[in-house]
Design a binder for this molecule. Structure first.
Ligand code: IMP
Ligand code: MG
Length: 177
């Protein structure tokens, strides 16, 4: 039997229009920075896929796509502290200008792990583009980010709780029961 996660959807934190506007700005900033060296966008599945689809269409350069899947949370809303590669890249990134596209930087653990892993493969450059950054998270190495986000667990626009609510077009609070 398929069951919905225990809890309910609360207030809208970032609405669809606000998301679209900010994604346009991020696309413009990347377009300006990457003239003459079109980037390879590396999306972190599954949470980043909605953001990356919209972002790519706001970048006025011939971008390429690849994806990685990592698992760090399982089905809970708490970090397990363990990052595991579920799917690796298909592209050789050595000499490439790589932008790692993330849904949210929370503890920063996933990002630290991926930055190290991809950095070891000797890309020409490696930058991070994260839609959301948890307030108080360390953001020095996040070159492009959309919005700071309060401590509440959020869903929508690609973000899930136990695989639910990724399809919502706004970022909304999820209140566990
Ligand atoms: P970090 O390793 O703690 O930075 O966690 C990063 C990952 O945790 C993100 O890519 C998300 O998949 C997940 N995550 C963290 N906070 C939230 C949230 O509020 N909603 C949904 N997923 C979250
Ligand atoms: Mg996730």
């Amino acid at each position: 039997m398929v069951t919905a996660p225990e809890g309910s959807i609360g207030r809208v934190v970032i609405g669809a229009e606000e998301l679209a506007q900010r994604v346009r700005e991020l696309g413009a900033a990347i377009t300006a920075d990457y003239q003459g060296r079109p980037p390879l966008l590396v999306g972190v599945l599954k949470g980043a896929y909605v953001f990356m689809a919209d972002l790519a269409r706001e970048i006025d350069l011939p971008v390429e796509f690849d994806f990685m899947a990592v698992s760090s949370y399982g089905e809970s809303t708490q970090s397990s502290g363990v990052v595991r590669i579920v799917k690796d890249l298909e592209t050789d990134i050595s000499g490439r200008d790589v932008i790692l596209v993330e849904d949210i930087v929370d503890s920063g653990l996933t990002l630290r792990y991926l930055r190290q892993l991809l950095g070891d493969r000797e890309p020409a450059s490696l930058e991070i583009c994260a839609l959301l950054v948890r307030e108080g998270a360390q953001t020095d190495d996040v070159k492009f980010f959309g919005f700071p986000i309060p401590p509440d667990f959020v869903v929508g626009y690609g973000l899930d709780v136990a695989e639910h609510y990724r399809e919502l077009d706004s970022i909304m609070v999820f209140d566990p029961a």
